[in-house]
Design a protein around this ligand. Structure first.
Ligand code: NAI
Ligand code: OAA
Length: 359
């Protein structure tokens, strides 16, 4: 059975890298056939035709069908996964939250369209089955993993707030099925530590990005480990440079997106596509035993005192397509202040977004 995956902003630069990786099996598995749905706005339809031609020309055996469209009814119908990239990128000198006004309405509309057209809603099941699923929800992954498997990943900036608005606009889809991309920041943090230690990036695990995908995000390595030539140790012990870890390391990760824009005159695309693949693959297949990754998820019920009605980036572990925030990590005063600052920014962004949308 092929799965149906929609990518919005499919004529844009992130999608240009992303679609190839998905179509060749990097995300959903090397034996999982795929129908790719490419959604963009009407003026981009001729560009989408070119993308379709190139995907065909790749001759990828898993790719069963490519459907270009500018209609959400077609784009979101019966999908198993939605990757919402389509939106305006920032230019040099802007913060991501400066995109709120331009982008948040897109995610409201698309959340509502997902609510209406995506498949396997609890609403569509018989009332008896709904009751069984409700009862089973807390103890069974089957409920979400099989019957309500739609996964919605929001990439377009400001990603956390757009994700919150999309989720609020799709009340029939469980909040747990929405997440936003902070994996790029996570990968940036792992890579900076790996370069500093002179090891490959797979030797670094359990870095955490807390909070907003913005310059207030907090890349935290207090719980991260490095395999330094066969000996596993904490990052502070391996790096032996607290000033760097509390200074340039953090600001490099926080400001990396802006640094790429300054150099390329375009925002990150290849690395963003790679991070999207990492994020979705971990949702589909789970995280490795003993490891956690960062993603923006609904904050309700978290044990870190983060306000509940936010999409906030946490350390998570994933099993059977269901994420769980890693609880109980000790938080020192340095971390606390940074986690609170990024939460405060998210509260402000959420309130501004809700204000825009009510006008
Ligand atoms: N969360 C993250 O880590 C990252 C997020 N981003 C964000 O991803 C977004 C896309 O970036 P790029 O691909 O570089 O931009 P791009 O400008 O190359 O492509 C965006 C595409 O979205 C389309 N689009 C606009 N409105 C749409 C709508 N309502 N429905 C469907 N498609 C629509 C445009 O026509 C365009 O083809 C930006 O908001 C950017 O800031 C970028 C890098 C990392
Ligand atoms: O910085 C930007 O605007 C694009 C982005 O989100 C990133 O590279 O992390």
């Amino acid at each position: 059975e092929p799965i149906r995956v929609v990518v919005t902003g499919a004529a844009g630069q992130i999608a240009y890298s992303l679609l190839y990786s998905i179509a060749k099996g990097d995300v959903f598995g090397k034996d999982q056939p795929i129908i790719l749905v490419l959604l963009d706005i009407p003026p981009m339809l001729p560009v989408l035709d070119g993308v379709v031609m190139e995907l065909q020309d790749c001759a990828l055996p898993l790719l069963r069908e490519v459907i270009p469209t500018d209609e959400v009814e077609v784009g979101f119908k019966d999908i198993d996964a939605a990757i919402l990239v389509g939106s305006m990128p920032r230019k040099e000198g802007m913060e991501r939250k400066d995109l709120l006004k331009a982008n948040v309405a897109i995610f409201k509309t698309q959340g509502a369209a997902l609510d209406k057209y995506a498949k396997k809603t609890v609403k569509q099941l018989s009332s008896n089955l709904q009751r069984i699923f409700r009862e089973e929800k807390s103890k069974s992954f089957w409920y979400k993993g099989h019957h309500v498997s739609r996964q919605v990943l929001v990439v377009g900036n400001p990603a956390n707030t757009n994700c919150l608005i999309a989720s609020k606009s799709a009340p029939s889809i469980p909040k747990e099925n929405f997440s936003c991309l902070t994996r790029l920041d996570h990968n940036r943090a792992s890579s900076q530590v790996a370069i500093r230690c002179g090891v490959s990036s797979d030797k670094v695990k359990n870095v955490i990005i807390w909070g907003n995908h913005s310059s207030t995000q907090y890349p935290d390595v207090h719980h991260a480990k490095v395999d330094l030539h066969g000996a596993e140790m904490g990052v502070y012990e391996a790096v032996k440079d607290e000033a760097w870890l509390r200074g340039d390391f953090i600001s490099t990760v926080q400001l990396r997106g802006a640094a790429v824009i300054k150099s390329r005159k375009l925002s990150s695309a290849m690395s963003a596509a790679k991070a999207i693949c990492d994020h979705m693959r971990d949702i589909w297949f789970g995280t490795k035993e003993g490891e956690f990754i960062s993603m923006g998820v609904y904050a309700a019920g978290n044990s870190y005192g983060v306000p509940e009605d936010l999409i906030y980036s946490f350390p998570v572990q994933i099993k059977n397509k269901t994420w769980k925030i890693v609880d109980g990590l000790p938080i020192n005063d340095f971390s606390r202040a940074k986690m609170d600052a990024t939460a405060a920014e998210l509260v402000e962004e959420r309130d501004t977004a809700l204000d825009f949308l009510s006008q």
